[in-house]
Ligand binder design. Structure first.
Ligand code: GDP
Length: 372
């Protein structure tokens, strides 16, 4: 039952990603396998079922929640005869749509080429088939080699370009001097930008889609006469493509070099505990997991649960846990200062601000020990 619930949550998220990319989802297919088929990821019966459905309903694309190997992708397209996207491809597409600055665009382009390189043959097999196949093999192969070379050159160029910008950004960060720096981190869509706006009274783009923020925004915030810098960073997500983690190095450097992390969680989301795990995992990967942190549980205005009658003997699920119970659990188990707020209604803002103030002050004092 729990597996089933988790599966639906993953599918919900994938559907939300598809929606963010501009698509609508017609139907979900799931399959239980002890391990994915090495050739086609799903079993051939399932592939057949999908193929028929796609044909009957004029579906244009089938999206998989995992990253498919180049050959799985090729085999599936051949079998289902429709465009196949995997999770990585979908996320890259969203990032490409969202990239605003030339820096973000360069990062996304690099990640896209890195994704494309091992998958080049796929496009060629397709073209070969269209042209009638067999005889095309020779020239086809040569052209793939040429294309590979062009793409490799492009990757080198983009990497150089990023290196230059990275250096500039590092200098900028150094020039910010000894002012305490806090970074908002969290799963995508938890309310980081909304919180940033509320704290800095600025207008950072916030919307109910994934990855509204690709570029980092830095704002000066003052709480009780104490100024510090607040950074809004790209949202994390389960299975963030490795190509993206690498190419967003500088964006993540903001997190790596922050003095304090403000970890925002969407408590109204049924998978919020998984989200916390994913974020901690990414923080570990970029070696930023040992920084001082504040846990901010957001969207309490949107929290709902199903109260259970006392004589109801069915096993309790996560849905039966009240906000107070969550509070007690997290206050007890979190090793960080923890607060429950709504960035929208500003409920518990004074408490949160006091918490941030205290943490920033601690760092400030350690830095300027002789000031009073
Ligand atoms: P980000 O991706 O983490 O930066 O999230 P955003 O700040 O863009 O917010 C994502 C969505 O959640 C937007 O539709 C916000 O209006 C909404 N949101 C943010 N904070 C709250 C909150 O406290 N309560 C509710 N109900 N919605 C919120």
């Amino acid at each position: 039952h729990q597996d089933e619930e988790k599966l639906q949550e993953y599918m919900d998220e994938l559907e939300f990603l598809a929606y963010t990319a501009g698509g609508t989802v017609d139907r979900r297919f799931t399959q239980k396998l002890t391990q994915p088929d090495s050739k086609t990821f799903i079993g051939s019966g399932k592939a057949q079922e999908i193929k028929e459905y796609v044909k009957e309903n004029g579906i244009g694309t089938v999206i998989f929640d995992d990253e498919l190997s180049p050959s799985q992708l090729k085999n599936l397209e051949r079998e289902i005869e429709v465009k196949i996207l995997d999770r990585t491809n979908l996320i890259l597409d969203i990032f490409a749509q969202r990239a605003q600055t030339s820096y973000a665009r360069t990062q996304v382009e690099l990640a896209q080429y890195q994704y494309l390189l091992p998958r080049l043959t796929r496009m060629w097999t397709h073209l070969e088939r269209q042209k009638g196949g067999i005889g095309m093999r020779g020239p086809g192969e040569t052209e793939i080699e040429t294309d590979r070379r062009i793409i490799r050159d492009r990757i080198t160029l983009l990497k150089d370009k990023l290196k230059t910008i990275d250096k500039q950004m590092a200098t900028q960060r150094n020039n910010r001097g000894k002012v305490v720096r806090a970074a908002l981190v969290g799963y995508t869509n938890v309310g980081k930008s909304t919180l940033m706006n509320a704290l800095s009274k600025s207008e950072v783009f916030a919307e109910n889609k994934l990855f509204a923020t690709l570029d980092t925004t830095v704002r000066k915030v003052v709480i009780g006469n104490l100024p510090f810098l607040l950074t809004d960073t790209v949202g994390f997500i389960r299975k963030l493509p490795t190509q993206l983690v690498e190419s967003f190095k500088s964006t993540l450097d903001e997190v790596r070099e922050a003095d304090l992390l403000i970890h925002v969680v969407d408590i109204s989301h049924e998978s919020f505990e998984d989200h916390i795990e994913s974020v901690n995992q990414t923080l570990m990967e970029i070696n930023a997991h040992q920084k001082p942190m504040i846990m901010v549980f957001n969207k309490i205005d949107d929290f709902s649960y199903e109260k259970k009658d006392e004589d109801d003997l069915t096993p309790s699920t996560k849905k039966n846990i009240s906000l107070d119970e969550w509070k007690n659990t997290w206050m007890a188990k979190s090793k960080y200062p923890t607060v429950f707020i709504s960035a929208l209604t500003k409920e518990n803002f004074p408490e949160m601000k006091k918490m941030i103030y205290d943490e920033v002050m601690k760092i400030h004092i350690s830095r300027f020990p002789y000031n009073d």
